[in-house]
Design a protein around this ligand. Sequence first.
Ligand code: F0G
Length: 452
Amino acid sequence: MNDLVFQQCINPDCRQTYEVSQTTFLCQRCGSLLDIQYDWDRLTVPKSLSHFELKWQARRNPLDFSGVWRFRALFPFAPDDKIITVGEGQTLCLPSDSVAQFTGMNSGTVYLQYEGLNPSGSFKDNGMTAAFTHAHMIGASRAACASTGNTSASLALYCAVTKKMSGIVFIGSGKIAHGKLAQALDHGVLTLQILGDFDDAIARVQQVSRDLGIYLVNSINPFRLEGQKSIMYRVLESLAWVPPDWILVPGGNLGNCSAFAKAFHELYTLGLIPRIPRLAVINAAGANTFFQLVEVQKLSWNQGRYDQQKITSYYAHLDQTQLRAHTLASAIEINRPVNLPKALRALEICQGVVRAVDDTAILDAKAQVAAGGFGCEPASAASVAGLKLLREQGVIAPSDRVVCILTAHPLKDPSATIHYHLGDTDHYGRYANRPQTVANDLSEIIRTIQQK
Ligand code: F0G
């Protein structure tokens, strides 16, 4: 075994290790999730994060241009000649005083991390480049995922651009925003619409990948999460390497929050940051398993000895009551998050909290993000709605420095935006900007403009 880098079971009573080349992504001894681990003492790690500024001068090298791979010293699982990049991670972290005002925060305290600027329009590309790289290292020729839309769009784009693998995507019926479905179809991957929802699709894709030996790129794949750590590196880079007080992130399958906490834990352990920011994971109210388990039933990581019975009973209750996830934030319409244990660990590492916000709060927050900035899709705005709630609850102080992760681009789900502004759903908006019909008549048009 290459003992500098290996996979390891997250269960403290097991800790079984696996080669980097292993692709089942679950511990074969106890069934737990796996982490990628590094023997940092024997690897070359920069002495300070400002070292990464040297990469800015090396942008002609695609690996140093990538907003993911320029940080590869912090997840060194792949040799340079195996890395597959399409130039992902050219994102921006910008202050937003209009969102600060909306959420009750002081001017200058709120930053928005725009992950929608990635090639496929969502944060998924940070992880997909890492999963594709691992797949390339082990010689995989087919990749699959289940998706609420963005993972499938990202997989489809990487297949089309790199020609390294063919892709198969599993999506729930009628559950995927049109912008995302359009991407999968346009990039030419095999798209299987399962008669069910995301929770059904992810169970199936795991069986199919196992049976047919297809490489799985969902966030159960720990290599994907290594790439997603880079979102936090770029946030730190934008803040001149000073950690913020809070990171707020929408919670769906709980891969992102797990990756962020791993990134901070490693940076802190390596002495590269002086403290770890707090983490707020925001569920949609109609898909609030994590909130229910953590905040209502008080489930905690408990150093890895968490109460599995609470999870089992909660899922049995979902089955008995036939409760399905339901939210207009379709990206996070998930009731059985595969990374739940890692997300519990993330809360312990980051003194995290979980909140649930309803669709009205999400869509209002989305409108406010777009009114003062580049915009985002509904699920992304859960982070901003969560900030407003946590401010109202007094958990976040108005002077805290916070970063809301805007996970995807506004054009992913134009229907949600149109419905909000045109008022033809129950969730039409408080901040609706309705188009005005005006006769094709010059004086009428001028009168309408002057009335505004
Ligand atoms: N925001 C967006 C825009 C997403 O697409 C997702 C997940 C999340 C947030 C939640 O992130 O799973 O790491 O907690 N989308 C997945 C998909 C499930 O299939 O595209 P998470």
